[in-house]
Design a protein around this ligand. Structure first.
Ligand SMILES: [Zn+2]
Length: 125
């Protein structure tokens, strides 16, 4: 007889046994769904005043920073691949559209995720 333990059927490296890991994998999937359904270029067109992307990828410098009293285009940059953003005037920065949403609307991660899912038309179970 083999001494090797066989993994239970349908197990996904212990995620079923550990509720925290299981929830984490669901949240990761939801984040990926939001990022796939909501391209940064469309997201920032809605969220940033005077945002005029001249191309569709990489870092672009456009629009007014929503995090300080910005009057001239020039200090705010976004990355159209990842959704990262950075303002060279006030220092506001983040790695993706969820970070942008949290900062702009002062909410926690799960609220931002839920709102963005709603905006992208993703149904939740
Ligand atoms: Zn700023």
């Amino acid at each position: 007889m083999s001494k090797l333990k066989r993994a239970p059927r349908g197990s996904n490296r212990g995620t079923r046994r550990n509720p925290k890991l299981y929830n984490l994998s669901i949240i990761t999937q939801r984040v990926l769904n939001v990022k796939l359904s909501l391209p940064p270029i469309l997201f920032f067109l809605d969220e940033i005043q005077r945002f005029e992307p001249k191309r569709e990828s990489g870092w672009i410098n456009s629009g007014l920073c929503p995090f300080h009293n910005d009057r001239n285009v020039g200090s705010f940059s976004v990355n159209l691949d990842s959704g990262a953003f950075h303002c060279f005037s006030c220092g506001a920065a983040g790695a993706d559209i969820i970070a942008f949403y949290r900062l702009k609307y002062c909410c926690d991660f799960m609220t931002a995720l839920r709102d963005l899912e709603g905006g992208a038309g993703i149904c939740q179970r």
